[in-house]
Design a protein around this ligand. Structure first.
Ligand SMILES: C[S@@+](CC[C@H](N)C(=O)[O-])C[C@H]1O[C@@H](n2cnc3c(N)ncnc32)[C@H](O)[C@@H]1O
Length: 356
């Protein structure tokens, strides 16, 4: 999907081991994530058509995800991040005529990629609402759930959505355009302290306090409405690589606009209520904060990673992790689809509430 110079900083496959074992691992993953998410799609600003799902999004670790779901041909599965439908089509290919797939996406654009297949039901909703929407569609329990987090290439490459600093656009960044808060509203409405928190927590922006104060000062004379308004405030404050800095700030805003960490936690908690015993959950992440939350959740049943004990002090472990370490894309896939380079795949089995 994307190629480019900065990739060599830490993702050349020969360096992958060093980078995995070094103390800078988290930092490197963020660099990779930022670059592939924001800087590289520049070369692929292609509009998708229904038959052009590869331009909409290339599915990451497709076979690994399908294998992780351990698909029963007659089963009921949920793809909570339908996007271009690449993973969904893979699931359908492993289902029999009586299998069923429920596909969620909070972005109405994704619906254009729906295959003409009676086994699939599209739900235009946030995956945090998985439980009520499954009920609404008559589904109480499912055999497996797949989540491929973050934004699609289509969203990043559609200039007017305002996700990318590469284009001149209003600062929107909502995956669901029916939601209220845009990035511009956050920039013009949050206090300096709150903006600082967003930039440092989600973007690891080193001078987040200075940036937050500069934004508050600028908006006192004129609101910050567009990508170039924001870039004008940022320009004198850029530290290190310009693209990386811009990408860090834009990513932090996107995560705040879409409340990505909050909805991830709500979604994971709901999975406990909708998965059948032995049901599988497969989650692909592209950001270290997300991966940590998912790993903690599978280990302890909550994103904070704090074991829950019953009356007798036994620990409740609703999930069993299928792999000790997160799975990464093969060297070949990393070469062919650079977005896959920062991907971490975690697979778990719902074992019910077992105390040990
Ligand atoms: C990385 S793409 C998924 C690509 C997909 N697996 C494929 O093969 O084309 C993520 C998609 O999930 C959607 N999404 C992200 N967060 C969501 C949420 N909280 N609820 C519903 N959809 C969400 C985005 O709108 C986007 O279309």
């Amino acid at each position: 999907m994307r190629t480019g110079g900065e990739m060599q900083i830490c993702v050349s496959s020969t360096n992958a081991k060093d980078f995995n074992t070094s103390g800078n691992k988290r930092h490197c993953r963020l660099v990779v994530f930022f670059f592939f998410t924001f800087a590289l799609p520049m070369q692929h600003n292609k509009k998708s058509t229904p038959s052009d799902s590869a331009a909409y999004h290339i599915p990451v670790m497709l076979q690994e995800c399908l294998d992780g779901l351990d698909i029963r041909p007659e089963g009921v599965y949920v793809d909570v991040t339908f996007g271009g439908g690449g993973h969904s089509r893979g699931i359908l290919s492993r289902l029999s005529k009586s299998g069923r797939l429920i596909a969620f996406d909070q972005d109405a654009d994704a619906a254009r990629n729906l295959p003409d297949d009676p086994r699939i039901t599209f739900v235009h909703a946030n995956f945090a609402e998985i439980k009520p929407f499954l009920r609404l569609h008559g589904v109480k329990e499912v055999d497996g759930i797949l989540a491929d987090l973050g934004v699609s290439s289509h969203q990043l490459d559609t200039a007017e959505r305002g996700f990318s600093y590469r284009f001149e656009a209003d600062l929107d960044m909502r995956m669901n355009i029916a939601e209220e808060n845009t990035a511009a509203q956050i920039l013009n409405g949050y206090s300096a302290a709150r903006l600082q928190d967003v930039f440092s927590r989600y973007g690891e922006v080193r001078n987040s306090k200075t940036l937050a104060e500069a934004i508050v000062q600028q908006r006192g004379s004129r609101p910050i409405r567009t990508t170039s308004d924001l870039k004008a405030v940022m320009r004198p404050l850029i530290r290190g690589d310009e693209h990386r800095y811009l990408a860090q700030v834009f990513q932090a805003l996107r995560m705040e606009v879409n409340k990505e960490m909050e909805v991830l936690e709500a979604f994971l908690c709901s999975c406990k209520d909708v998965l059948k015993p032995e049901g599988r959950i497969v989650v692909l992440t592209f950001h270290s904060l997300e991966d940590r939350a998912v790993k903690n959740f599978f280990k302890t049943g909550n994103c904070a990673g704090e074991p829950v004990r019953d009356f007798y002090g036994n620990i409740d472990r609703p999930f069993e992790l299928m792999n000790k370490k997160a799975i990464e894309a093969s060297a070949e896939e990393k070469r062919q689809n650079s977005r896959s380079q920062s991907a971490k795949l975690r697979i778990a089995k719902f074992v019910g509430h077992k105390f040990d």
